[in-house]
Every structure is written in C-alpha cells, then in structure tokens.
Write a protein that binds this ligand. Structure first.
Ligand SMILES: Nc1ncnc2c1ncn2[C@@H]1O[C@H](COP(=O)(O)OP(=O)(O)OP(=O)(O)O)[C@@H](O)[C@H]1O
Ligand SMILES: [Mg+2]
Length: 290
C-alpha cells in the first residue's frame, strides 16, 4: 500500500487556506498527524477520504489517481470524521448493521464481524440500547467501530480519542494495532501523548504545510541538547517566557519549575539539561516562525 500526496492545495472561499502545496508519501503502518487547531488536518483527511475536492494537486493510491477516480479509495476506506454523528434511535448493533448495508457489506460473516467490533470498542453490554442514551465517549467508540466494518486498507481517524477516558484510549490503541494489519492508518490529534506511543511515524502540520515527518524517536532526537529545566521566582515568569519557549511548568508556593527550549545552555548551576520528548519537539516545531 502506498498513498502518494502531491502538491495538494485547498483554498476555501474568502481566501482561507486549508492546505498549501502539501506533499507527503505514506506507506503501510500508523501515521500520527499532529498539528494545532486550524493546521489543516481535517482538510487533508477529508480530501483523502474523497468527500472534499482539492483546488490543486493529486493523490495516488497504489498508482491510481483518486481525485479523478474516487471510487478507487472509497471501496478500501474506513473513515471516522471529526464531526461524526449517529442516529440516536438505533442501538449500536442496528447502527453497525445499517452502515454495513450502506457500504455493501453482507454475508454470513457480518454478524460475527459486528460482534467482534462491538467487543473491541467495549460496547457489547450496551449494544442493545439506543445510541441517543450513550455518553460522548461511547458514541465516539461506535464511530471507531463503523470505520473498521469493511476491513479497510486505508483507515482514517480524525481526532479518534477525543472524549475517550484513559482506559478506552489504551483499548483504542490495542484495537488499531490488531485491526490495522497491512493497512495505511492515519490518526489525527493535537495531543502528542495520544499519538506518541501508537504511531510508527509522525507528520507535523501547521498553516496547511508539512513541517516535519519521521519516527517519534527521530523527530525527538533533533531536540537533544536543547531542552532544560530550571526554577524561577513567580515575578520572572513573563520575562522568561518572552525569551524562551516553555514546554511545561508547575507552580509551587515560592517558585515555578519550568521546562523550556533553548539553543544554548547557559552554564548556570540552577539549569539542568534533560532528555527531550516528542512534546518538546512538537511545541518547538509548531511555535517556531516560518
Ligand atoms: N468549510 C470551510 N470554509 C472555510 N474555511 C475553512 C473550512 N474548513 C476549514 N477551513 C479553514 O481551513 C483551515 C484548516 O482547517 P482544518 O479544519 O483543516 O484544521 P484542523 O487542523 O483540522 O483543526 P482542528 O484541530 O481544529 O480540527 C482553518 O483556517 C479553517 O478555518
Ligand atoms: Mg480538524
């Protein structure tokens, strides 16, 4: 499987830019798409899912141009949109059966498939009551299950872990790792920790552009020697933040502990160099001026 995105541009009405000459090549495995609000993540995912047209550029899936021939992606796609809505009167079992029918999935394996998916998203016990009575996180899990109905070869989840509690996040990761064999999986988030442990590769976006792409370890490594911890009096916080990118802080009664990024160490006994994390790299890359 290979997804080749070339010079993709999306210009919305009134001159708003969704994507600006975006190119990337995506292979089998899990790609985490990270970027702040408005970076263009959903714009990109909608175009890949063929529910939105770009204003320029092309996408090839295994050599086939899916902008010209959207059916080539639709039949192998599983998609959870960011604004996924469900029918409140159906229960989870009925909803998945309904979605299967829309996707043209049937046969005697279907019932079993739905049961496995309901179990995978931990909804078996609630499968027979109306979705309208579910919590937000439970509805999101119905959305995750419907994306997996057709054993997709390209699987797109736009902010899948929004609303999931920590236990369900772990379950989601397991499900994806099990279900996503031999598939291209793209997960978007603006929360680094959601992506970090599950993604084989991370692509970082900002202002409709690709800023960096690589394994979490490779991207993190670029920050070596640049991340420090120190503590300062409360009164110095504003001044400190105007000079350095602070990536974490904890306020104590008489001082503030800070984690920050700097290109140089200052040789101060109160400053300690620390191992970088993906979160440091993400904040550094997305807050740098381009
Ligand atoms: N239908 C639309 N009409 C006009 N502008 C739009 C439309 N959809 C998105 N945009 C703009 O395109 C840019 C990218 O939006 P997009 O929704 O792709 O970002 P995102 O990375 O998914 O953000 P979020 O993290 O908030 O979901 C933003 O500036 C947004 O305002
Ligand atoms: Mg979005």
């Amino acid at each position: 499987m290979e997804l080749e995105i070339k010079n993709l541009t999306k210009q919305y009405n009134k001159g708003k830019i969704g994507l600006a000459d975006f190119s990337v090549s995506i292979g089998k495995g899990i790609l985490g798409l990270l970027g702040p609000n408005g970076a263009g993540k959903s714009t990109l995912l909608k175009i890949i899912a063929s529910i939105s047209k770009p204003t320029g550029g092309t996408i090839f899936v295994n050599g086939e141009n899916i902008i010209k021939n959207p059916n080539a992606i639709r039949k192998i796609l599983g998609y959870l949109p960011q604004d996924f809505g469900v029918y409140p009167n159906l229960n989870a079992y009925e909803f998945l059966t309904y979605m299967a029918a829309l996707k043209g999935i049937g046969g005697h394996g279907l019932k079993k498939r739905i049961e496995i998916l309901l179990d995978g998203v931990n909804l078996t016990a609630d499968a027979k009551r109306p979705i309208g009575s579910y919590s937000g996180g439970m509805k999101q899990r119905v959305g995750i299950a419907q994306a997996l109905l057709n054993d997709p070869k390209v699987l797109i989840f736009d902010e899948p872990t929004v609303g999931l509690d920590p236990e369900e996040r772990v379950r989601f990761r397991q499900l994806i790792s099990e279900m996503a064999n031999n598939a291209i999986v793209i997960l978007s988030s603006h929360i680094v920790s959601d992506i970090e442990t599950i993604a084989d590769e991370v692509a970082i976006m900002k202002n409709g552009m690709l800023i960096d792409k690589g394994s979490p370890a490779a991207i993190t490594k670029k920050m070596e020697g640049k991340v420090f911890e120190t503590s300062i009096p409360h009164a110095e916080l504003d001044g400190f933040r105007s000079k350095h990118l602070v990536t974490d802080m904890s306020k104590q009664p008489d001082h503030i502990n800070l984690r920050y990024i700097s290109d140089t160490s200052h040789g101060n006994a109160n400053i300690k160099g620390v191992n970088p994390g993906l979160e440091d790299a993400y904040l550094y890359l997305t807050q740098k001026q381009y």
